[in-house]
Design a protein around this ligand. Structure first.
Ligand code: B3K
Ligand code: ZN
Length: 875
């Protein structure tokens, strides 16, 4: 390996992990050096003294890749070798300044056995490949050169017996790029969707951002053993095989969607991450937030924008909002960490993407593009900071962005309190806003908390459900001066720039009292909105809002109100909101008279409207101010889960016939169509899945047979898994039969086996912990394969009834599992610990149960990754 970097000091300090590396030799300008006066090897570094520039330093290390079960550095997946260097894996290969701001060009030569490793890949272009010249040698070698300077975390190497699927892409300037997807030979037939996704991503980045690929070759390698989803190594992306391989029998619609989005995400990193990288790991969101935003936009441009937005917000609320309420709460730009691998979080990724989306909302599409162009013009080839990005956005924005930078430094989800009043005399709507910010976490202190810039997209609806046209709004500044802003003619949504702790906007020329105010359209800021609305207003919005996101959101709010009211035993409110929710769900299922379509609205959107917020989503969003009576803020997860299930049942009962009718209509419509993982049929399937779940939850004796029939007649993995999921929560014999059938039929397909483990782990059947424990010794389970660990152990923790079992058995299971996994793979065990980090949000029974296990873990000698999370959970 040849790396060019600047030596700024006479003592050269190189990162290296002595727990895996054995240093063999160090040569400077061809001369071997040794002895304490020349160099020192410590646990995490190698110091070479008296290095004068320029110098050629040659370092030889040995390590056993086969025993590298951490899957960081160079390791074996099956019979193949591959690497994972982000964030600090390169130091497990050799001694090096392993930090993102040291950018070098790499030439890599790989020597290996010809038979076992016919394919040898690295970054950039293949310079030469040859047999080793001696007659009886079975070795060969390949040399690769990457002309683009890059940090070590983007280095990659792969060697093995892999089969190539090849295609090409012609760039906007007419250059032909070879595209290759490498898989185990028996999986080569499963790559078509990933290849098509890559081509679409390349085209989209040119169309939307003018960004063209900068080499003649782009490789993707699919491996079964991988800690996360995928990795954007320059021109040699390495992917978890579940995000590459797909056929209708092995992948659900959701997997197809994820493959497209992750292939896009890794490809988009070529510019946002690789060409412009991070100065240090505190800036991680510079590349991740921006690239998530880009992959979200990619999905939105290719498919339904509102459906994608709803999915993204659900994901944000269930993962990131929950993280903000946990011991792991941190700002988008953290100020400290123990293990950077623990900081690939929903806050860095998803909240980071929301921050980019707020720039986008405030600047508008054209100016945002102008600012991105400027970002590349100014910073291409550099290692940058989020401040650099902010500076570019501020320069182009016509709205002053003061206060916006606090989104990077202040942790936690702001609460936006809103109230409105119609002023008949002046024909104005007064909107009073207040933002409440959480106390900063101990690990990320803030000297002076200031208000964050919250863009509040607002619209007004009349009695018929039409948008009222908007003309201007006024705002009284702290100085007392009133500023009036005119909005573009014909606009029905105004983006109100709220930058203070409290303030009032007056929306002018409103001729009548609006029937409802539609706030935070498209979820224009990642905040929790507190705004009192009646069931009638919410129903009006759910039916008529021109903003599809807020139609969905109003239904969700009805559900949150219904669940909160039952949880806090406010039965009158519970009845009102449950009834309103059932009516809204019934309305969503309406079909056009004499029409062949199953529902009037997009079936995918209907499925989203019918779905109730998950427990993870509900936690931070429980509405405590239905009445003024004081409420215990500590959660009882079992009660909440029970109340949620009840809401599912009550509303399903009220519209059982509509559900059945739509279920049959979707079945009939799908029967006419050949499976494709896109278009209206995916919406039909998600609606069908939503309904079968509701029906089985309502009455398993009556409906489990329907789910079983759906399972048996399914012609694709999506419907098969939907039916299996619905059955997995029931105690009927249909459940065991379907699970057995599934395993017998699909035991040789790894992705199906993983799905099978996951569906059993997530089951809500009481005492499921013993079943899950038994699965740990099942022939299909392997503690060394992250996908299986996440499916079985991670899946179990998402079952509220079992994870939070009152006897503590769920917590004990998680702690036992963490102890076992931690010996093998600390990055994975640290991730499994996530559910314990919210311990302090729960009532004593649950919190103490978790703390008991956390203390047990604290006493064990855990890896650095796992102890950081345990420590933060206990804080
Ligand atoms: N950048 C990688 C994540 C690396 C995680 C290291 N623990 C994948 C991605 O975000 O695209
Ligand atoms: Zn990424």
């Amino acid at each position: 390996m040849q790396c060019d970097f600047f030596l700024g000091a006479t003592s050269l300090i190189l990162d290296g992990d002595a727990s895996i590396l054995s240093l063999q030799q160090v040569c400077i300008n061809g001369e071997e050096i040794s002895g304490d006066t020349k160099m020192q090897v410590e646990q995490d570094k190698l110091t070479i003294h008296n290095v004068t520039e320029p110098a050629e330093i040659r370092i030889t290390t040995r390590f056993n890749a086969k025993e590298n079960t951490e899957l960081a550095g160079l390791y074996k997946s099956g019979d193949n070798f591959c690497t994972q260097c982000e964030a600090e894996g390169f130091r497990r290969i050799t001694y090096f300044p392993d930090r993102p701001d040291v950018m070098s060009t790499y030439t890599t030569t790989i020597h290996a056995d010809r038979e076992k490793f016919p394919v040898m890949l690295s970054n950039g272009n293949l310079v030469s490949k040859q047999k080793v010249s001696s007659k009886d040698s079975s070795m060969h070698s390949a040399t690769w050169h990457d002309p683009w300077p890059k940090p070590s975390y983007l280095f990659a190497l792969v060697a093995g017996n892999l089969t190539a699927t090849r295609d090409t892409f012609c760039t906007q300037s007419g250059k032909n790029v070879d595209l290759v997807i490498w898989t185990d030979p028996h999986n080569a037939h499963l790559t078509a969707h990933a290849m098509y996704s890559l081509q679409r991503a390349m085209k989209w980045d040119e169309d939307r951002f003018g960004l063209e690929y900068d080499l003649d070759l782009f490789n993707i390698v699919a491996v079964d053993d991988f800690n996360m989803g995928a990795m954007e190594n320059k021109s040699l992306n390495v992917f978890n095989s579940r995000l590459v391989l797909a056929s209708p029998d092995t992948a659900t619609d959701l997997s197809y969607e994820q493959i497209e989005s992750v292939v896009g995400h890794e490809y988009f990193h070529n510019w946002t991450g690789n060409r412009i990288t991070c100065r240090d790991w505190f800036q991680l969101s510079l590349k991740e937030g921006l690239t998530v935003f880009r992959d979200q936009e990619f999905t939105m441009d290719l498919h339904s924008r509102p459906v994608a937005r709803i999915n993204d917000v659900r994901n944000l609320r269930s993962r990131q909002f929950a993280e903000d309420k946990s011991g792991m709460s941190h700002p988008v730009r953290p100020i400290s960490y123990e293990k950077i691998d623990n900081f690939y979080t929903a806050t860095i990724y998803e909240k980071g993407a929301e921050v980019i989306r707020m720039y986008y909302t405030l600047l508008g599409k054209e100016k945002f593009r102008k600012a991105i162009d400027l970002y590349f013009e100014r910073h291409d080839g550099q290692a940058c900071t989020t401040d650099d990005f902010f500076a570019v956005m501020s320069e182009v924005s016509s709205v002053p962005l003061d206060g916006f930078e606090r989104w990077y430094t202040q942790a936690g989800t702001p609460v936006l309190k809103a109230s409105s009043e119609y002023l008949k005399d002046t024909q104005q709507l007064r909107l009073s806003l207040q933002q409440v910010l959480p106390t900063p976490p101990e690990a990320h202190p803030v000297e002076h908390m200031g208000p964050q810039f919250i863009p509040v997209s607002t619209g007004l609806l009349d009695d018929n459900g039409n948008d009222l046209p908007l003309t201007s709004y006024s705002y009284q500044e702290d100085s007392g001066q009133t500023i009036t802003t005119t909005v573009d003619q014909g606009t029905t949504t105004a983006v109100l720039p709220f930058k203070a702790f409290s303030g009032e906007f007056l929306i002018n020329n409103v001729p009548q009292k609006p029937a409802a105010v539609s706030l935070l359209r498209d979820f224009s800021a990642p905040v929790v909105l507190h705004y009192n609305q009646t069931a009638e207003e919410l129903q009006h919005l759910a039916k008529h809002d021109s903003n599809p996101f807020n139609r969905y959101e109003s239904t969700q709010k009805l559900a949150r109100l219904a669940i909160s009211a039952s949880y806090y035993q406010e039965s009158n409110h519970a009845t009102t909101f449950n009834e309103a929710l059932a009516t809204t769900h019934g309305n969503a299922l309406e079909r056009e008279d004499n029409s062949k379509t199953v529902t009037k609205l997009d079936p995918a959107a209907v499925a989203q409207m019918l779905s109730l917020p998950s427990i993870e989503e509900l936690g931070p969003l429980l509405i405590q101010d239905i009445t003024d009576s004081p409420k215990d803020p500590l959660l009882d997860p079992l009660l909440l889960n029970g109340v949620r299930t009840q809401a599912i049942q009550t509303t399903a009962e009220a519209i059982e016939n509509d559900l059945l009718q739509t279920f049959n209509a979707t079945t009939e419509a799908l029967h006419q169509l050949e499976y494709e993982p896109h278009g209206v049929q995916t919406g039909l399937r998600s609606l069908k899945g939503q309904i079968i779940n509701r029906l089985v939850a309502l009455d398993e004796h009556k409906h489990a047979n329907r789910a079983h029939a759906m399972f048996e007649t399914a012609t694709n993995m999506t419907e098969r898994m939907m039916a299996l999921t619905a059955l997995s929560h029931s105690t009927s014999n249909y459940r065991t039969d379907a699970l057995d059938q599934f395993y017998q039929r699909w035991r040789t397909e790894q992705l199906n086996v993983i799905a099978w483990l996951g569906v059993q782990a997530r089951s809500e059947v009481v005492n499921n912990v013993s079943k899950v424990r038994a699965l740990l010794s099942h022939e299909s389970f392997d503690m060394r394969t992250p996908n299986k660990v996440y499916a079985l152990i991670g899946g179990f923790s998402t079952s509220p009834a079992n994870f939070h079992a009152a006897d503590g058995s769920g917590y004990e299971f998680l702690a036992d599992s963490v102890l076992a996994v931690d010996q093998i793979n600390p990055q994975v065990s640290a991730r499994l610990l996530g559910p314990f980090t919210t311990a302090n949000n729960y009532q004593p029974l649950y919190r103490d149960g978790m703390v008991q296990q956390l203390l047990r873990l604290e006493r064990a000698s855990l890896s650095g990754n796992a102890s950081e999370i345990v420590g933060k959970a206990l804080r």
